[in-house]
Design a protein around this ligand. Structure first.
Ligand SMILES: NC(=O)c1ccc[n+]([C@@H]2O[C@H](COP(=O)([O-])OP(=O)(O)OC[C@H]3O[C@@H](n4cnc5c(N)ncnc54)[C@H](OP(=O)(O)O)[C@@H]3O)[C@@H](O)[C@H]2O)c1
Length: 294
């Protein structure tokens, strides 16, 4: 397919490379232009501007947050004004349910199609084309995007014809992941302070009842205190819990754990955690227990 790709951050750079590898004709755009160079060397075309990335069958956005997506879509030379009739905007960022609704309406008004396709998986999985993609939108639009999803992910889960459903599912998943990180941090602080070997403790857990990749990946990052370089930065994790709570408020769903996690992220950010991986909230319990630097 002829596809534009906007947003070459930790995730986007690997995803765009995989589209190229699969033979798609890819035009890339990034606010900081230097990040496009490696992809151009692999055969991508560098867009002259945002609008130039919107001339194909589809344009993918993989930007940081609501503000960045709003700017790229509704701003000058943006996606809404530049994408052809019938062409598809595939929004793969983790954004709010409210913005997804707004995008659905705006694209429909402009005669364009809109698919929300947020992803599960960290940058290593993006680079290896192993993402899990949650897709929602009109069935014909999802079908048209399948060659793109197959190039970027290991499995696509269509979740309905309302794009906002995919965004809610993604946010709920990140709420669960953050809950696991916090719980792991508390458990490791408890046994660690008592002198139990944290590595052996983790081996026990992850080879018995807690075999999910999430426990292994995050347990290791917390036990090794390996929070830099960030694969998924703490401010983005904070954003996801904030958006989960916003969706919960709209739907009148109390989520007391999410409120605790929101505070955990604020604590982390208030103590200089801006550049750390979001799993650094898993270190707060040890600090609270007087195990500074553990
Ligand atoms: N990292 C993960 O493990 C992971 C996993 C699943 C989903 N996600 C989601 O995927 C999205 C991208 O994540 P990421 O880790 O790739 O983020 P990232 O490395 O911080 O990259 C963010 C991208 O957005 C651009 N951007 C940020 N603010 C902008 C603005 N105001 N205007 C224009 N462009 C702007 C950045 O451009 P510059 O290069 O110019 O800064 C960059 O291309 C996020 O929604 C995140 O929640 C991430």
């Amino acid at each position: 397919m002829k596809v534009g790709f906007i947003g070459l951050g930790h995730m986007g750079i690997g995803m765009a490379a995989n589209l190229l590898r699969a033979g798609h004709e890819v035009t890339v755009y990034n606010r900081t232009p230097g990040k496009a160079q490696g992809l151009v060397a692999q055969g991508a075309r560098a867009a002259a501007g945002l609008a130039d990335a919107c001339r194909g069958d589809a344009v993918v956005t993989m930007l940081a947050d609501d503000g960045a997506v709003e700017g790229a879509v509704f701003g000058e030379q943006g996606v809404i004004g530049s994408l052809g009739k019938g062409a598809i905007h595939v929004s793969m960022s983790t954004i709010s349910v409210a913005l997804s609704e707004r995008l659905s309406a705006a694209h429909a008004n402009a005669g364009q199609r809109f698919v929300a396709a947020p992803v599960f998986g960290r940058p290593e999985m993006a680079a290896a084309a192993k993402l899990f993609i949650v897709a929602a939108g009109a069935p014909d639009a999802i079908d048209a995007c399948l060659p793109l999803f197959e190039a970027m992910g290991q499995k696509t889960f269509p979740i309905g014809d309302q794009p906002k459903a995919a965004n809610l599912v993604k946010l709920s998943g990140n709420f669960l992941s953050a809950s696991v990180i916090e719980a792991l941090g508390e458990a490791l602080a408890l046994v660690g302070k008592a002198g139990v070997d944290r590595r052996r403790y983790l081996d026990l857990l992850t080879s018995t009842l807690f075999t999910a990749p999430l426990y292994k990946t995050y347990g290791e990052l917390i036990a090794e205190e390996k929070f830099e370089p960030a694969g998924f930065a703490a401010p983005l994790g904070h954003k996801d819990i904030r958006l989960t709570l916003a969706a919960a408020e709209t739907l009148r769903v109390p989520m007391p754990f999410a409120a605790v996690l929101h505070d955990r992220f604020l604590t982390l950010l208030a103590h200089g955690g801006e550049t750390l991986d979001w799993s650094a909230i898993g270190q707060l319990a040890a600090k609270d227990a007087g195990q500074e630097g553990r």
